[in-house]
Design a binder for this molecule. Structure first.
Ligand code: SIN
Ligand code: CO
Length: 397
């Protein structure tokens, strides 16, 4: 079987087709899949905003703006967040700086007018139009965004370098607050002129630098909630609608086999009590419940030990006969699953052995085995240092 040809990375647009193709073709071949440079997407593009208007907006309270200056010699970046004032602009060097203002479509109807061209996307997927002004050499450095973006070139020229290598390293430079990439090796480079547009799906590394003179860029950015945000909000939504009387219930309870264990019967009851828990694998459900139930309705949590002990000091104390008292505010539970045995304490999880986890839940005072295993020492050390176990007594040596 012959593979279908890879769609071209560069096309030409026209007044009739800003994407250089029909929206249906663009969505099928490029959207969320691969970058696309559209030359002449907006023929004779007239910017809906002047640089002075942008600078004025950056000085407004409530406008989200950033002034970014790159000291090329020392490779230092400085970021000033708005509201800015005239003096900030007075201090800018002759090159290597950029001003970026987010949500300009909310402030300026002409800028918002650009969105007409993106009606083929659900309106709730659109986030904002960010507008940037950059002096030669100005940019925000190489980075990745989590969202799709259309980078529409306004007046001036901008050099864009991107990497569509899925294996390219994505680690950040530790010294810069801009989340710039520590390493960036472009796979494609272009010089964009007014009216050209670069579409980038999420996670494509990119770096845009004003070239030859000042330039403006209009970034039409999308939004897509993370699974974490969706899950959190759905849980809140469901929680608000559930009556308080509907609770975890265990009329089928039988005498506990091992104190504190979150057993399979508990998991079955949780699945019955939670509308979407049945879809979770048992180990995740166990891990979540262990963390939750040991945090639930705790008026206080034990304070961490200051200074913390190390494993050698703990071993010495235990060998000298020290006892471990469970802190009265410590709430413990444990479980064993495919991924091993865990002890939970005040919302934290510690790798454990079933024997020691059971003993810790059952007894207030513990005389640990003469030769605890490395897992057990690590568990006891974690619990001692986090304040859940308090050392008492033991002969001095
Ligand atoms: C810009 O500098 O206008 C675009 C910034 C970006 O790459 O997100
Ligand atoms: Co970007």
């Amino acid at each position: 079987m012959t593979k279908p040809p890879v769609p071209p990375i560069e096309v030409r647009g026209s007044a009739r087709q800003p994407l250089g193709m029909s929206p249906a073709r663009f969505l099928h071949d490029y959207w969320q899949k691969r970058p696309l440079l559209i030359r002449n997407a907006f023929p004779d593009f007239k910017p809906p905003l002047e640089p002075d208007d942008l600078a004025g907006l950056a000085c407004e309270d409530g406008a989200l703006s950033r002034l970014i200056v790159h000291d090329e010699k020392r490779d230092r970046w400085s970021v000033k967040t708005g509201p800015l004032d005239e003096a900030d602009f007075g201090r800018t060097p002759g090159s290597n700086w950029t001003l970026l203002v987010q949500d300009v479509d909310k402030w300026d109807a002409d800028v918002a007018g650009l969105l007409e061209h993106f009606r083929f996307l659900p309106s709730w997927r659109l986030d904002d139009i960010m507008v940037s002004y950059a002096e030669p050499g100005g940019g925000v450095g190489a980075h990745v965004d989590q969202y799709d973006v259309f980078l529409l070139q306004g007046p001036g020229q901008r050099h864009w370098a991107i990497s569509d290598d899925p294996h390219a390293p994505k680690d950040f430079r530790p010294d810069v607050e801009l989340k710039q990439l520590a390493r960036f090796e472009p796979t494609h480079e272009w010089l964009l002129e007014a009216g050209d547009m670069l579409y980038l799906p999420p996670n494509i590394a990119h770096d845009g630098v004003a070239f030859g003179g000042p330039c403006m860029t209009f970034s039409i950015g999308m939004r897509a909630p993370s699974q974490a945000e969706l899950t959190g909000d759905l849980a809140d939504y469901l929680a608000e609608r559930l009556p308080d009387e509907q609770r975890y219930a265990d009329p089928d309870l039988v005498p506990a086999r091992a104190a504190g264990e979150i057993d399979n019967a508990t998991l079955a009851r949780l699945k019955a009590a939670l509308p979407f828990a049945a879809a979770l694998d048992d180990d995740s459900l166990r891990d979540w419940f262990g963390r939750f139930i040991t945090r639930y309705r705790n008026a206080q949590t034990p304070a961490a030990l200051e200074p913390p002990l190390d494993a050698t000091a703990l071993r010495k104390k235990l060998a000298a006969g020290a006892q471990l008292l469970r802190h009265p505010w410590s709430r413990l539970a444990w479980s064993r699953g495919k991924t091993g045995c865990m002890l939970y304490a005040s919302g934290a999880a510690y790798p454990a052995t079933p024997e020691l986890a059971g003993q810790l839940c059952e007894r207030r005072t513990l005389n640990p085995a003469a030769a605890p295993s490395p897992t057990e020492v690590a568990l006891l050390l974690g619990l001692v240092n986090d304040g859940h176990l308090v050392l008492r007594g033991g002969r001095r040596r």
